[in-house]
Design a protein around this ligand. Sequence first.
Ligand SMILES: C[S@@+](CC[C@H](N)C(=O)[O-])C[C@H]1O[C@@H](n2cnc3c(N)ncnc32)[C@H](O)[C@@H]1O
Length: 487
Amino acid sequence: MPAPDALTRFRSLLHEALEQAMLVKLTLGKPRPGAPDPSLRNVFARPVLLKAGPHISLLYRHATRDITKNLSPAEAEATLLALLEEAFLDAHLFTPLHGAQLEQSADAARPARLRVKTAASAPPLAPATHDRGKARVIAPEAPWLRALGVTNERGQPREGMSHKFRQIEKFAELLRSLLGEAGLSTRDQTPPAPRLDPGPGVPPIGLHRGVSYPPPADAQGVEGAGLNLCPPSSLRPTAPLRLADMGAGKGYLTFALADLLGEGAEIVGIERRADLVATCNHVAADCGFAPRLRFIEGDIPAPPAPHPGGSGIGHWSLDIGHFSASSAVADGGKAAPAPALDALIALHACDTATDDALAAGHAAGARLLVVSPCCQKELRPRLTAPPVLADALRHGIFHERQAEFVTDALRAQLLECAGYRTKVFEFVSTEHTAKNLMIAAIRPASLAARGAEFSPDSSTLARVRAFAAFYGIREQRLARHLGLSLA
Ligand SMILES: C[S@@+](CC[C@H](N)C(=O)[O-])C[C@H]1O[C@@H](n2cnc3c(N)ncnc32)[C@H](O)[C@@H]1O
């Protein structure tokens, strides 16, 4: 794929600056020959905080007068891009992270040039932005972020890594909330009881409703206030925890977990690519995370076959890097062994790897499962359109989206059958990743002693079967792992 041209890159920097309330200032200059208003010399944009929320103030400098317009960030973006195309050749954008200078030529045949400087030279963050003073869950200066190539030596995202950085931050904020909700961690001055109010953007557990996370930027202060942002050291596991990240990739989120939980957690990343595993282990050692954080080369381990009768798998000894877990099978009446895992994450694990990871986490007795599925291929060819939807699903894109919806909805329902309470939501804006759906499942403390043993209640199972039947689905990977028949 060819690299994006200078104008496209500038547009995306501007969008990012406005969307993340990071604009310090923008100057448009060098009027185009034949511009619509020959008296317009420059336009200056800067953030202002109005009663109605954060806005962008545009100052139009004409030969003999100035005109100011205050616009919403989205309106300002559209206006500035139009001005850049019709009226000006040069643009200079400052954020706290970088200064970007775009130079276009009046000769359309000559390509535009973009110079981006990460930014000791950028002016300080303007006081009007609402992001001021925000405490962060992950310190941007963390050495592991630098070692993984996300940030530079000044703790600023490298060019092209802002989305990844934002994704890591959002993930850490969410996990902090979910770990608390699952009773696996507490925070300083926070009672150890499971949280009833999970904070904005995270729907109360048990509700299947889509919410956009993060909350809208103009909901002033909600991000900080609701999630009670505080330094990572204030998150305390309720007991030593064991966590696994399956399909860990480059380890961004595995390291975020290790950073978030500190000494109180043992974390294993499982990844089939040897090169990524080697790099991650290297960084873990260099940044002082080893041995509590380690990466293991291999496939997501297959959980044991369910017991006849489909009533559960018991505590399963995960063969992943010597987690010292019991392998005894919970027998319902007696005290259960400690679970092999407390929490499992698997983000963007491909296709049915998500089902394998969910089943592995469940089999290992995990109280918290967090997945962000991608490329849901398994059910796509098997979906039979109900007659009323047949016309709509003739279109490939609808069929594809339907397959994603059915796959993920079914996963959530199956986890409910296994005793988890689930919620499904967008964990980060689509600006940062298109693969942003998250399924979080929490097994209540009251069921923890039973490990992974479960007996689906008949009405929940009947509802799942009716849903599967509606789409002609008779088999699905997670259902098979859990020993649940869909037909
Ligand atoms: C898209 S990347 C996501 C990485 C990481 N979880 C993240 O969200 O940043 C998916 C990773 O999962 C790994 N993977 C896919 N299926 C796997 C399996 N069955 N066992 C182990 N690793 C797997 C791939 O090699 C790849 O590195």
